[in-house]
Design a protein around this ligand. Sequence first.
Ligand SMILES: Nc1nc2c(ncn2[C@@H]2O[C@H](COP(=O)(O)OP(=O)(O)O[C@H]3O[C@H](CO)[C@@H](O)[C@H](O)[C@@H]3O)[C@@H](O)[C@H]2O)c(=O)[nH]1
Length: 360
Amino acid sequence: MGERYAVIMAGGKGERFWPLSTSQHPKQLLSLVGKRPFLAQAVERLEGLVPPERVWVVTNRDLVDATRAAVPEVPAEQIVGEPMGRDTAAAVACGGALIKARDPDGVFCILTADHVIGDLPLFRSTLRGAMDLAAGEDLLLTIGIEPSEPSTGFGYIEAGEPYAEREGVSFHRAARFVEKPDRATAGEYCASGRYCWNSGMFVWSVPALQRAFDEYRPQLSGLMDELSAAAEAGTLDEAMARTYPELEKISIDYALMEKASNIVMARGTFAWDDVGSWPAVRNHWAADEAGNTVQGTCETLDGGGNIVYSPDRLTALIGMEDTVVVQAEGVTLVCPRDRAQDVKKLVGKLREKQGYENLL
Ligand SMILES: Nc1nc2c(ncn2[C@@H]2O[C@H](COP(=O)(O)OP(=O)(O)O[C@H]3O[C@H](CO)[C@@H](O)[C@H](O)[C@@H]3O)[C@@H](O)[C@H]2O)c(=O)[nH]1
């Protein structure tokens, strides 16, 4: 039986936490929650399950050096840079190729670089159970999370018939995937008790992944073969530069998970948060009695419910309610809390203008 490995996808573009996050310093490299960057926490939480010597990180080529500095415990050659973002299906195929070059029967988990996870013993037993199942059978395992609210920022997976119990965790056949439904549909899903959030974490063996790509995305099966041969020959960068421009941009959810029939979902019950925007940090930073959540220095007169990031200077607010104020990298961002999702849109607009390149 193959060993256990992990591939962490770290291709974030640095838009959601702008102006603190930028394309050169995206969210996975920020220490917004906890002392170490999100990515380093993703490696740390594998303790006892997958040691850093068996972890690979797939990031953008421009971020390889910064990523190596953020996780010095991962061998430098296992932090690889894609020449361009081709979405998660390509990142998974690339990670699969790297594991294949090391161990053609290896079992590995695909993890995201920038989530906050609590209840670590529960997280580890969920992953351990999934890896045990993946080692013995031709399965694509996905880690679902019991939803706590009808979020529209996540995909949902419907649990089908029970499949197995491992490590105290229930595994079900996945009946279907629905990517980011509207609020009403998400509400129905949560009320039904049959749906989990799609955490974006997966577990499979190298042969099971390759068989699935063979069937549903032959181009990516070819990519796995080509990149694993190149990794063995020490020519990975050249092979990626050659193959990536031709790849279709598609997520692993659309490429495989919505199509394959051998999908099993773990019903994860550990705490999980993708911390997708400034207001999400409220769940992780302490609030004062007026409900202001502050990192740095802020003084307020009346008002409340504000989220303030201001580590280098004093921010002073009078009568402000539910407002986000971020002072970072020489930029001040101010927006209502319920417009914080539009930070990405603003960054897109600034990208079209001249003169802001260094701030994005
Ligand atoms: N290396 C690499 N990583 C990538 C790329 N694209 C995305 N990633 C990484 O893959 C993860 C998820 O990517 P997103 O593109 O941000 O996904 P999403 O919109 O949040 O939606 C997905 O994740 C949700 C959970 O957070 C799911 O609920 C949803 O269904 C979907 O799978 C992040 O860790 C991101 O850094 C890429 O081209 N290359």
